[in-house]
Design a protein around this ligand. Sequence first.
Ligand SMILES: Nc1ncnc2c1ncn2[C@@H]1O[C@H](COP(=O)(O)OP(=O)(O)OP(=O)(O)O)[C@@H](O)[C@H]1O
Ligand code: SF4
Ligand SMILES: [Mg+2]
Length: 721
Amino acid sequence: MSERIFDRLTNTFLKAIRGVSERIRPGWSTRNKAKTDEWRLMMLAYSRSLPGMIGFFLALLFVMMGLFGPFIAPYRYNEYLIIENPDYSMKPPGSYGFTMGTDFWGRDLFSILLQGARVSLIITFVTVFFCIPWGIVLGLISGYVGGKIDELIMRVTDIFIAFPGLVLSIAFAIVLPPRIANLLVASIPLRTLIAWLFAIEYRDALQLSGVLSLIIAMIIVWWPSYTRVVRGSVLTARENLFVEAARALGVSTWRILWKHILPNIIGPILVLATLDFGSVIITEAALSFLGLGAQDPIPEWGAIIYTGSQYFPSSWWLILFPGIFVFTAALSWNLAGDTLRDVLDPKTRRSIEFKVKEKAPRREKEALEKPLMAPIEAGGKPIRGTAEESKRVLEVKDLYVYFYTYAGVVKALTGVSFDLFEGETLCLVGETGCGKTVTSRAVTRQIPSPGEIIKGQILLHRSGVEVVDILELPQEELRKIRGGEIAYIFQDPTAALDPLYSIGAQFEETMTAHNKGLKNEALKKTIETLESVLIPDSEKLVKRYPHELSGGMKQRVVFGISLSNTPRLLIADEPTSNVDVTIQAQLLDLLMKLKRDLGMTILLITHNMGIVAEIGDRVAVMYAGNIVEIAPVEDLFKEPLHPYTQGLLRAVPNPLKRVERFESIPGTIPNLINPPSGCRFHPRCPYAFDRCPKEEPKLVDGKPGHQAACFLVTPKPNQGK
Ligand SMILES: Nc1ncnc2c1ncn2[C@@H]1O[C@H](COP(=O)(O)OP(=O)(O)OP(=O)(O)O)[C@@H](O)[C@H]1O
Ligand code: SF4
Ligand SMILES: [Mg+2]
């Protein structure tokens, strides 16, 4: 019954919001339908939680009492009921006309408790709402900017946290009141405003100086905890792959902070704020109980308990009733906040929702779990002739990337050079730690700290005419390229998708980051793109959240998001290593289809030689931060020139040759802080000779289009690069 009432209220409320916003900005509700539907779901989910509803109604009651208490109370707080209570004695509850009895001055207890809610409400809201924005801004700056600014902010918060909060509040509450009282005496408008806010008489406003100093003391004591929580959450959130994915897709820093980091840290802030509502109510009552807050005749719960304690046990009602008010108000915020946190997190929200309603129809669920359509077509053959015949999309020249770690400088890339041609798939292979990921990230200048691109050029041929060096581009230009002309698919789809946003919202963000005009068509285009990546029932899928999808489905969604702006170059870093073999085959078919249909250029990083043979056109073999061999796939498998590639192919099944016995390469990959001199492979190479440790071999053409960096490879005349 109450659910139905709440549902109706929710619908009416949202209808009103849509109506008002439609008047202000025509078309708003259509554009933001997904968002308002989302709000509706949250409100419905909230209404299904019993503790949440109890907390909500009690907190609402507290707010209402604070707003209207002074006007609906049977008596004013300063009405000393001499006529009704001529002997000034404290009347117990139930006495004629006094439901909760009277206090020492003969005032109606129920009336002063109602009016006391106003004082509590103002103290709580002003304290918490001053701390939150201040704490969030400082925490965001500290966590995201880092460095010296982070140091400074943290040291200042340390100083504040080092003082015991209650002692500091008491000290302020002792020192400040006379100064505040002077200020109120000097400023009539301020005194009038304060009297109006607290709904008391003008002459009594001076008695509030203790309460005002309490507010200041509590703000000073409370803000550092927000800064610390926000900073900690930002540090965690900024390492999330979905934040990196957003950066790779060209989303601006402010948008990343606003859309990806802030919503992801809202949970901890909300929990803290909720607990603080309760704590502020209790602290304020406790300090007033110590005589540091409100002074008579200000109606304040803590002060009433203090008076009651002097007449205990005879006037027990002066402790019991204000105690119930304080306890209930504090509890209500905790209950409401806990439920709100669950509702804001899509994972827990769905579990609340599904308990009662909004269950996905069975048909929809089945469709989502159904296997994909039949594989499109087995891939395998190079789609083009020799590389030289095609247009270049990317030229990487002499690229150096170092990581400045405490242990030393990691020379991750030392002189990497390669070209990418239109419509080809170049596979990067090599043992772990050889620099594949660093190479792919350098293409859009996404080297994580403490890494730096030391030198080199990354030339992007834009639309075949303009050539730009990505390493020289201003940030804004680079942002347009990321996610627009160059898209990434990361290894882990779960981490690449933001858990707080529906699939549709994540598509929309990537599309509109590069083309604001697409906002109105985003949904249509998303559905089309999802269909192109073989996702059944795409219209339903756009409303779902990452955690509701299987691993294979998520990776297809990541494919779809990367493709949403039809990039010219797709960089996929081990895109199938996290899924099982069936899904892997489907994703590879999908990659082939995209390449065939859209003529996309692909830089594919993989450990799997079978995948290289299946979908690669050319392959570049990396070893210890360098490319040691680069060749068309068939040439490489048939006749590898570099001893490292030969060793690599003997260690894994060769798709083009039968290998009798697998052999591992002796030794381990070198430490890149102190890499071996000369040819980096020489400590492991069975053919090493005296020249190898002294000199570094360069890539030379061993055969047409087939280069290797080894002294044993004889360069073909007139074919060197
Ligand atoms: N953030 C970092 N800090 C320090 N060193 C790093 C960092 N990221 C990468 N490196 C170093 O750079 C080198 C290349 O790493 P990269 O991640 O490119 O290897 P990879 O070939 O992708 O390996 P894998 O196959 O395991 O993914 C490694 O020696 C690694 O230790
Ligand atoms: S240059 Fe020397 S050490 Fe390096 S791969 Fe060739 S033979 Fe081996
Ligand atoms: Mg890697």
